[in-house]
Design a protein around this ligand. Structure first.
Ligand SMILES: Cc1cc2nc3c(=O)[nH]c(=O)nc-3n(C[C@H](O)[C@H](O)[C@H](O)COP(=O)(O)OP(=O)(O)OC[C@H]3O[C@@H](n4cnc5c(N)ncnc54)[C@H](O)[C@@H]3O)c2cc1C
Length: 467
């Protein structure tokens, strides 16, 4: 058995990107993965399948809602759910086999089985058939990701009471869907099934949706989703589910306590967050410490307290996002290759793929107020953008937050069509410490949606032209 420079445990976006970058930098790399396919949560049961269903369900809805007004007569669209699921599965297959191809191309060895740390530099791989082998490496990177957080008193069966994994593979459109948790995953998957015909109710413990998102953005998102038919029960908690009857009876209480109301539904989606997954890794035995939320503790070099053992992605602190995991994977590979790897946590975009999309990068108004930083707000509505009007996508705005003293852009928030694409421009600007004036002076093609970004920057710096 060769000794590797690097052994990566887990092949999600953190692990596989780390492995590829390390191999590109000349390290000899092994990856251990317990699932039959590579790609982790993101490619198998997360980002990719959810975006496939979000896209196709949006097309389905647009065909019925928008086509007649555009002068396209196609009759009432009919849903072929198995075909929609087949498309999703094909997209997943293409992506996971893409990772297998990249491993081969970069001469990365892979081991199927559950990895556990036997000692620094040594990982035991337990195979399904009961056999095991040991893989030796100078460095180990833990990239074991996360799984769905449970809700106390609620049993998930992935049939009627599901996590996101079950919600991505329902065999039929439920008449009623109750989503517990108004975070990104709950709202995205709630949107999918609402578009396909479900009556969707979202129960959220807090008195707002999308915790952590800029408050004004979250309020607009709630209004738009409510207009689409999603019902919200805020400041409420689910305390139990009676699954004896044909319908599920869900006990919903005020968050502050009080009498429970019973809501009937067909499917419950538990989307109350995710928790780091480190089960069976042997971390305690290896002396690797976890924080109070079960995340692997690392320093700025992604090194745990044990020399040679690093950790990245959802298994450590920070936003649970695929691109954050990827960037950490690259940084740790660079560090192991003797370079200066680094992640700028101030500029990590976040996208919610509802319709319209919601994207942000940097600080919210609430963050800036809490930090006592003076700021100017520049806003521009898509209703005043020619391209958005042509697309009948007039909802939403771009909001740029600039430092009152220096004009440096500290945050950008977009609710609108293709917000997830447009936010990249703001991230580039912020990475180079750009000002609202810089963004406002950059020539933007006309007619494009991104002209709204320029106009919002103009509004923060001086005055917009088109409102
Ligand atoms: C429904 C859903 C939608 C999402 N949408 C988005 C999105 O649009 N954008 C976004 O940025 N993020 C999204 N996420 C979050 C994203 O999937 C995660 O942030 C990302 O996958 C984390 O990457 P990771 O490499 O840290 O871990 P993971 O992707 O979780 O990969 C960990 C891998 O490690 C393996 N593993 C675990 N333990 C062991 C072991 N002991 N031995 C061997 N292998 C092991 C697992 O099998 C898994 O393959 C979504 C998540 C969900 C659930």
């Amino acid at each position: 058995m060769p000794t590797y420079d690097l052994v990566v445990i887990g092949s999600g976006p953190g692990g596989y990107v780390c492995a590829i970058k390390a191999a590109q930098l000349g390290l000899k790399v092994a990856v251990i993965e317990k699932n039959p396919t590579f790609g982790g949560t993101c490619l198998n049961v997360g980002c990719i399948p959810s975006k496939a269903l979000l896209h196709t369900s949006e097309m389905f809805e647009a065909a019925g809602r928008d086509f007649p007004g555009f002068g396209i007569k196609v009759g009432k669209p009919e849903l072929d759910l198995p075909a929609m699921m087949k498309h999703k599965d094909q997209v997943v297959d293409a992506n996971v086999s893409g990772v297998a191809f990249l491993f081969k191309k970069n001469k990365i060895d892979s081991f199927r089985g559950t990895g556990s740390i036997a000692a620094p530099g040594s990982v035991r791989v337990a195979h399904e058939d009961g056999s095991s082998e040991t893989v030796e490496g100078k460095a180990i990177v833990i990239a074991t990701g996360s799984d769905s957080a449970p809700l106390r008193g609620i049993e998930v069966d992935e049939k009627r009471v599901v996590t996101s994994t079950g919600a991505l593979a329902l065999a039929a459109v439920p008449k009623r869907l109750l989503v517990v948790g108004a975070g990104i995953i709950g709202l995205e998957l709630g949107s999918v099934w609402r578009r396909l015909g479900s009556e969707v109710t979202v129960v959220e413990f807090l008195d707002r949706i999308l915790p952590g998102t800029d408050g004004e953005v979250a309020r607009l998102a709630q209004r738009l989703l409510a207009r689409q038919g999603v019902q919200f029960r805020l400041a409420s908690k689910v305390t139990g589910i009676d699954d004896k009857g044909k319908s599920l009876r869900v006990a919903v209480e005020p968050a502050a306590g009080g009498a429970a109301e019973m809501l009937e539904t067909d499917i419950v989606l538990v989307a109350v967050g995710r928790r780091p997954y480190t089960t069976g890794l042997g971390l305690a035995e290896a002396g690797v410490a976890l924080d109070e939320r079960g995340r692997v503790k690392v320093d700025a070099q992604f090194q745990t307290g044990v020399a040679g053992i690093h950790a990245i992605g959802d298994a450590i602190a920070g936003p649970m996002l695929a691109h954050k995991a990827e960037d950490e994977g690259i940084a740790v590979a660079e560090i192991l290759a003797g370079q200066a790897g680094h992640v700028n946590y101030d500029v990590i975009p976040s996208v919610i793929y509802t319709h319209p999309e919601i994207a942000s990068v940097g600080k919210s108004e609430e963050d800036l107020k809490a930090a006592g930083i003076g700021y100017r707000v520049g806003k521009f509505p898509f209703s005043a953008n020619g391209r958005a009007r042509a697309m009948a996508e007039k909802d939403g705005f771009v909001k740029i937050l600039a430092d009152a003293a220096t004009d440096r852009v500290l945050g950008a928030h977009i609710v609108g069509p293709f917000a997830g694409e447009m936010i990249a421009e703001c991230a580039v600007l912020m990475e180079f410490a750009g000002a609202a004036e810089d963004l406002g002076r950059i020539c933007h093609a006309h007619p494009t949606l991104s002209e709204a970004v320029k106009e919002a920057a103009l509004a923060a710096w001086t005055k917009p032209i088109h409102v």
